[in-house]
Design a protein around this ligand. Structure first.
Ligand code: SAM
Length: 318
């Protein structure tokens, strides 16, 4: 028996669940694409609104979500399929094959199951192999990144994706010992990070390795690149009136989504001093609502992982 790989009630809790259902408002007969299926929490809620009529296309690059998808499929009469792969590639393929959707959801980052399974190497809380690949078949893991990237490159990654104040000091502390012995385990990396930062900072905001681990995970999985490629692909496959929702957990990701929506809303791209529009560009999307939706205090109290979540929704102009 393998209880850890079978779905249980304690699996990933979907964040901003009520807000997702209210803003995406799926209707019977529609096609919903959940591009970050995970444990299928959001998919289950969205599927229930389709009332057995319509289609669910689930995507995830982590094959360990399959039992969760099978559980959902057993409980619904919807047409449902799971596509394994990186969401930007799958969305581009679906779109170029003429598949159209009414709803596309991206709930970015990692799931609780990925974080809580020590052998995946995402967690700084337990000693495990240095891995962090969402797709275990991909070639590039945190081990390669930590042992092969230059000092400057590591510092940039820690700063950009982790907003780590001591990025330079930590990068310097990593490149020295790896010359004699490469980093293999998360535990060794955590100890190196702790030793590199000033003592008072070790007891500051959260775990001292939290920001570096987040940064490594984002880089290993090319999470920013995937979002940049996925947004236009999602827009392309939406039908007029279709809704796109993105939940991000990092200010950089949220900025990418916000800028994308602003650009699609912009319409005319003529210089401001042109007396009339000559570009003829029309707005393609409306941000609905205009501002990012944040979790309520009650949700954060129930599920601290929701704390940094930001939801942005756009509707394709019909
Ligand atoms: C935050 S979890 C989603 C949880 C899900 N909404 C639920 O309610 O259970 C993110 C999931 O998306 C997947 N994922 C993240 N980035 C991806 C990408 N670029 N391509 C495909 N899957 C990705 C991860 O493997 C993970 O399972």
């Amino acid at each position: 028996m393998l209880p850890s790989v079978l779905p249980t009630e304690s699996d990933h809790v979907p964040v901003l669940a009520d807000e997702i259902v209210a803003t995406l408002d799926p209707r019977p007969g529609e096609t919903v694409v959940d591009a970050t299926f995970g444990a299928g929490g959001h998919s289950t809620l969205l599927a229930s609104r389709l009332k057995g009529q319509g289609k669910l296309i689930a995507i995830d690059r982590d094959p360990s979500v399959t039992p969760y998808f099978e559980r959902l499929r057993r409980g619904t009469s919807l047409k449902a399929r799971l596509l394994s792969g990186e969401f930007s590639t799958v969305l581009e393929q679906l779109s170029s094959n003429g598949v159209r959707a009414d709803v596309v959801l991206l709930d970015l980052g990692v799931s609780s199951m990925q974080l809580d399974r020590p052998e995946r190497g995402f967690s700084y809380a337990v000693d495990a192999p240095l891995d962090m690949r969402m797709d275990p078949s991909s070639e590039y893991s945190a081990r390669e990144l930590v042992n092969e990237a230059g000092e400057r490159e590591l510092a940039d990654i820690f700063k950009r994706y982790g907003e780590e104040r001591y990025a330079r000091q930590i990068a310097r502390a990593i490149v020295r010992p790896r010359q004699t012995e490469p980093f293999d385990r998360t535990g060794d990396l955590v100890e190196t990070i702790k030793a590199a930062i000033p003592a008072p900072a070790r007891f500051g905001e959260g775990h001292p390795a939290k920001r570096v681990f987040q940064a490594l995970r984002i880089e290993v999985n090319d999470e920013s690149g995937a979002i940049e490629r996925a947004l236009p692909a999602a827009l392309e496959m939406l039908r007029p009136g279709g809704r796109l929702a993105v939940i991000s957990f990092h200010s950089l990701e949220d900025r990418l989504v916000k800028q994308f929506l602003r650009k699609q809303e912009g319409g005319c791209t003529c210089p401001p001093d042109f007396p009339i529009c000559i570009c003829g560009s029309e707005p393609v999307m409306r941000a609905t609502p205009r501002r990012a939706i944040r979790p309520s205090a009650a949700e954060v109290a129930r599920n601290p992982r929701a704390q940094s979540a930001r939801l942005r929704v756009g509707t394709k102009v019909g």
